[in-house]
Ligand binder design. Structure first.
Ligand SMILES: CC(C)(COP(=O)(O)OP(=O)(O)OC[C@H]1O[C@@H](n2cnc3c(N)ncnc32)[C@H](O)[C@@H]1OP(=O)(O)O)[C@@H](O)C(=O)NCCC(=O)NCCS
Length: 215
């Protein structure tokens, strides 16, 4: 049988050097929060034309969803640099039946039975391009497939112009929407207003994609 293109690509990347991928835990929560805050600060840098920089999420606020539903630690993962124990990347996924915050629900609906969702993924800028993002997602695919969730699909949303879309395609995600022109236009306008137009291309904001992968 032909290997899946995503597997070929993953295999052709150099092995992760000195980095371990592990489920999120109380010990790595603070590191994951630092990765999250770095991601938000950078992607929100043009928020309201730079007049209103994003605030860091407090430790208490970041920990809340994991305290409310500790099973969420198992569907999240971190990349830890073995040399110093620092967290350099993280992914947070949810499955049908897990508790999600109002904020998460306002961005994407709760996963249906058998489905799961990537809430966010980020790798620190200096560690990008070395396969950590792919390894985090691959770990998440196995996690959401486990009992009691048994997810058979995973979905996510990505803004036009984000190079991350290429990574998702390589790992087998396919674009499924939005297809409705009004929905597309609203998503594009909202994103351009809050985040600026990705790659300085005003049309790129209108290519916001919902993507899904069968597990
Ligand atoms: C997307 C992201 C998690 C990928 O992590 P990574 O460790 O660089 O991923 P990998 O090394 O496994 O794969 C590299 C691929 O990631 C994507 N990528 C996105 N931004 C990248 C960057 N700044 N540097 C390198 N790769 C990047 C590309 O598809 C790249 O492949 P390419 O070089 O052929 O274009 C990481 O780039 C990141 O944190 N980006 C900012 C946060 C973000 O956009 N999150 C996704 C929101 S939907």
């Amino acid at each position: 049988m032909e290997p899946h293109p995503a597997m070929e690509w993953t295999a052709s990347k150099p092995p992760l050097d000195g980095v371990s991928i592990e489920p999120l835990s109380d010990a790595t929560l603070e590191g994951a929060r630092a990765v999250w805050n770095d991601f938000v600060r950078r992607s929100n840098k043009r928020f309201l034309f730079g007049c209103c920089p994003a605030c860091d999420e407090s430790a208490r606020q970041f920990a809340r969803p994991f305290e409310a539903d500790p099973s969420r630690l198992r569907t999240a993962a971190v990349a830890v640099r073995r040399a110093d124990g620092n967290v350099i990347g993280a992914v947070v996924c949810t499955t049908h039946g897990q508790m999600r915050t109002e904020e998460e629900r306002s961005v994407a609906p709760d996963p249906k039975p058998g489905a799961s969702h990537v809430e966010w993924i980020a790798v620190l800028p200096e560690a990008r391009g070395g396969g950590i993002g792919a390894a985090l997602l691959t770990h998440a695919f196995s996690a959401v497939k486990q009992d009691p969730w048994n997810a058979r699909s995973i979905d996510l949303g990505v803004v036009g112009g984000n190079r991350a879309k290429r990574l998702y395609e390589r790992l087998g995600f396919e674009r499924v929407g939005p297809n409705d022109p009004i929905e597309k236009c609203i998503a594009g306008c909202v994103i351009c207003f809050f985040m600026g137009c990705p790659n300085r291309d005003p049309c790129a904001g209108f290519t916001y994609s919902d993507m899904v992968k069968a597990l």
